[in-house]
Every structure is written in C-alpha cells, then in structure tokens.
Design a protein around this ligand. Structure first.
Ligand code: SF4
Length: 275
C-alpha cells in the first residue's frame, strides 16, 4: 500500500479508523464472514462506503493469521451519461490493491426498458448484481463484499415492513439463490455518520451517485428522512433498531413455522442445561 494523496491523517481519524475496524471485526467474527485464504471482491461504487470498506478490510486482513486473504477492488462503469471514473481509478492505482474496472452498458438497457416516470433503480441494481456475480466467479473470488452499513439495514427493515409486508433487513452474509456466490457486508454494524466522517477525513475522491438522472428510490429516501427526524428527537433510535435486529423474539411474532422452531429450539436448550 502506498501513501495516498489527500489530507494529512489526524489522530482523530486514526482513532475513528481503529473504532470502525473493531466494529467490523466483531461482525466478521460473529457471522464468520471471512475465512483464511478467501479471495474477496470488494464492490467499489466510488461512494464513501465502498472506499471505507476497502481500506478497513485491507487493514483488518493484514492482521489475520493463516493463509492470506486477498482483496480485489471491482468497479462497474455502467455507461451512465457524464460518468467519470478517473478519480477512483487513480486512487486505486495509488493505493496499490489489485483492481478491475469493468464497463458494461446497463444504462441503455434500463432507460429503454423502464417506462417513463418510473425509477430505474430496481432494474439497474438487478443488472448490476448479475454482473457482479458473473465477474466474481470469473475472477476466482470466493466472496463479494458490499459496503452497506447499519443505517442501510434500518432503512431496508422499514421499507420491507411498510411496503412489502415482510419482516426482514439486510443480512451480513448471504448465499446467492443459485449457490454460486457469497455476499458479505462487513460494515453492517457501523454507523453511516462515522463512515462519512472517516471518508471525509481520508479525502476519498467520491464519485457522484446520481449521474443516471433517475430519482434514487423515493421510498428509501422517505425512510431515510423519517429515521433522520426520529434520530433528531432521540439519538438512540439507530442503535436501538440495530439492537432489535439482533434481539428477535419469534414467540412474539405471528408465523407458525417460526413459532414452532423457536419452541423446539428452547426445549433443546433447556434439555442441554438440565443434562
Ligand atoms: S441511482 Fe442510478 S445507478 Fe443507482 S441504482 Fe438507481 S438507477 Fe442505478
């Protein structure tokens, strides 16, 4: 790793990096996200979260015992109008990590197929995911790391609750339906505000995220705004949502299979305690 262009690192940024790394390490350990010898594709959108993910993972993997964990940064140029990925490419070159920039015109496909007045995001992200999965396989990667964080998980939880009638969020680890890929989200327990401060302090050259001209999923924006209002009233809200995701009471939900599985689990647990 070479020294990076950008602002001087301050003690405060060093401390923040250590804190984020500790939180990420706990998530990795709890959900066994990384194993020795893994080759991990780090999806780089050029946004703050992806830069933070790459630098934190790089710091983390250097301390791991056993066969080395390899990282390969991967950026997809979707041929959006006005796109300029050069700042990211220069940064990656300087940083010294293996990387690939892959160009594939999903923009034309999306703008052709999506009816006027509808947002592009759903089809766009589905296409992007397919390309990531194919490329990860082609590059011999055992896992794909995404930069989603605690606040993304909270927004997704509310989106699913309000608009899909499902009680689910973003998992830290997910095997794709066809079993070809494993997706990991090491920053799942890190707060967006801390990642933003870190990204600013590190001077990452952020690529603008609305080049496609589409309105970013309006419902997600509404969830973000709602959480922001609630957080202004009570700053414990984001942490409490994250805590709730790790503190589920199936006995107080209404799904019969889940209720039964919970009862079976509890009775096995009490047998073990009594034995
Ligand atoms: S904001 Fe643009 S690039 Fe992002 S998912 Fe939506 S359409 Fe795709």
């Amino acid at each position: 790793m070479q020294s990076l262009p950008g602002p001087e690192r301050t003690d405060a940024i060093d401390r923040l990096e250590a804190r984020l790394c500790r939180k990420m390490g706990r998530t990795i350990e709890t959900f066994r996200l990384i194993e020795p010898g893994d080759r991990i594709m780090v999806a780089m959108s050029g946004g703050k979260d992806s830069y933070a993910l790459l630098t934190l993972l790089d710091r983390f993997r250097r301390r791991l015992p056993g066969p080395a964990v390899e990282l390969i940064a991967f950026h997809l140029d979707q041929r959006q109008p006005g796109y300029d990925g050069e700042p990211l490419e220069r940064w990656l070159e300087n940083y010294g990590v293996e990387f690939r920039i892959h160009a594939q015109d999903t923009y034309s496909v999306v703008s052709e197929k999506v009816a006027e007045g509808r947002t592009y995001c759903s089809l766009c992200s589905r296409l992007r995911r397919g390309i990531l999965y194919d490329q990860a396989e082609a590059l011999g990667c055992s896992k794909i790391a995404l930069g989603h964080h605690r606040d993304d998980a909270a927004e997704t939880l509310l989106l699913n609750l309000f608009y899909s009638g499902q009680l689910k969020s973003m998992p830290p680890l997910l095997r794709s339906d066809d079993g070809r890929n494993v997706v990991i989200r090491p920053l799942m327990q890190c707060a967006e505000a801390e990642i933003a401060t870190y990204a600013q302090g590190m001077g990452f050259p952020i690529l603008p995220c609305n080049l496609c001209g589409s309105q970013e999923g309006l419902k997600r924006q509404r969830m973000k705004q709602m959480l922001s209002v609630l957080t202004q009233e009570n700053d414990k809200v984001p942490g409490n949502i994250a805590a709730a995701l790790a503190n589920v009471r199936p006995s107080h939900l209404h799904q019969p299979e889940l209720y039964q599985a919970w009862r079976d689990f509890r009775s096995v647990e009490s047998d073990v305690v009594e034995a």
